[in-house]
Design a protein around this ligand. Structure first.
Ligand code: HEM
Ligand code: HEM
Length: 341
């Protein structure tokens, strides 16, 4: 009897030790989300800026056609993305890449699949002007915003020390401030913060596999990715159906041959709700995406049971969505530029 008790105690001690080890190992690789709004470079975050940025994020009048807002492609009701292979923008044109989520994007070290924008305020100026997205010009956007007295008042409140606060740069800063609020605490954060019950056994097994197999070598840190660049197909290049030949990723940014087909290791928070996957958006099933990563990045055929566990772990990265009251936008006036085709 004593022997059995000792054995049981030993087994318990062992499993307790491994439970602690797993968290310790995880804390070396990942970090829980901050509990307050993260600070951003050169942009003090205030309530006025956040509220203005929220209005701008939802305002389709930032686009030439008056049809597309940031929320069209980064729909905060559906995980901060559009759930399309590649986005549809101005004039029903299809863009070349899948829209990543804006949720937690403030925590990425650089923005876009190829990291070509340094931060969110640099990023926000891109889509407004991109011909396949909102197809507008900075002058036209400023004219639109200045035509509405309520927007002028909101810019004055958000940028109180400036003589001429309604500028394209300040539009981007306000949007960045709003985006900084879009962080989504998940069961994985509760686990990292010490709550063992926050993850199921299967999710824990997936976490262990994610680290042991080497996924965490590229997808690490607070956003479980979102920093570091690697060839998609480091070990084995996926077929052109998944990795289209015409998009060479960071090569277009650096013009260095070594950067052909190099992309940012994707941030994986909320990945379970942001299908389809990869910059091409060609894969709809998360298990298939995980298996492709195994062969393409690690040279490893993951078996069904391993894929299932990793998918379960990735599900624990789905967070509580920010509660957002749909904003009422300033009404246009006689001088507001009209929508253009
Ligand atoms: C990328 C925000 C408008 C489609 C991004 C990213 C952010 C963002 C933060 C980078 C996310 C990351 O790298 O993880 C915004 C804001 C917008 C806006 C603030 C409004 C000013 C749009 C619109 C569309 C769109 C209207 C679709 C027509 C995309 C696509 C990417 C992207 C396809 C990936 C592009 C690439 O990597 O080359 N957006 N977005 N966005 N957005 Fe938007
Ligand atoms: C993309 C998971 C290993 C680098 C992705 C995506 C998932 C994922 C689900 C799609 C993200 C999205 O569509 O938003 C995994 C898992 C791994 C693993 C489960 C281990 C089995 C790695 C490794 C590297 C890496 C080891 C670096 C050598 C990348 C890159 C992308 C990506 C560069 C973007 C690919 C693209 O351009 O579409 N990963 N990953 N991953 N991962 Fe991994």
């Amino acid at each position: 009897h004593i022997a059995t008790t000792t054995a049981v105690a030993l087994v318990c001690a062992v499993s307790l030790a491994t439970a602690e080890d797993l968290r310790e190992q995880a804390l070396e690789v990942f970090r829980p989300l901050p509990s307050t709004i993260p600070a951003v470079k050169d942009n003090r975050i205030t309530t006025e800026k956040i509220e203005l940025g929220k209005a701008l994020f939802f305002d389709p009048r930032l686009s030439a056609s008056g049809v597309f807002s940031c929320n069209s492609c980064h729909n905060l009701a559906t995980g901060g993305d559009d759930n399309l292979e590649t986005s549809i923008g101005h004039g029903w044109q299809r863009g070349p890449r899948n829209a990543p989520t804006v949720l937690n994007a403030v925590l990425n070290e650089a923005q876009f699949w190829d990291g070509r924008a340094e931060d969110l305020k640099a990023q926000a100026k891109g889509p407004v002007q991109a011909s396949v997205e909102m197809a507008n010009t900075p002058d036209q956007v400023v004219a639109t915003l200045k035509s509405m007295p309520l927007y002028v008042a909101w810019f004055e409140a958000a940028f109180p020390d400036e003589d001429d606060p309604v500028t394209f740069d300040n539009m981007a800063k306000a949007i960045e401030a709003f985006e900084a609020t879009l962080i989504t605490p998940a069961p994985f954060d509760a686990y990292l913060n010490g709550d063992d019950a926050a993850l199921t056994d299967l999710e824990k097994r997936g976490l262990a596999l994610f680290m042991d197999k080497g996924c965490a070598a590229c997808h690490s840190g607070v956003n479980v990715g979102g920093h570091g660049y690697y060839p998609f197909g480091l070990i084995e290049k996926p077929g052109a159906d998944i990795l289209p030949e015409n998009d060479r990723g960071r090569f277009e940014v650096t013009k260095t041959v070594d950067d052909s087909y190099v992309f940012r290791a994707s941030p994986l928070r909320n990945i379970a709700v942001t299908a389809p996957y990869f910059h091409s958006g060609r894969v709809w099933d998360l298990g298939v995406a995980v298996a492709i990563m195994g062969t393409a990045q690690l040279g490893e055929e993951l078996d069904d049971e391993e894929v299932e566990a990793i998918v379960a772990f990735l599900g624990s990265l789905t967070g509580t969505m920010p509660a957002i009251a749909y904003p009422v936008l300033p009404p246009e006036t006689a001088t507001t530029p009209r929508p253009r085709a």
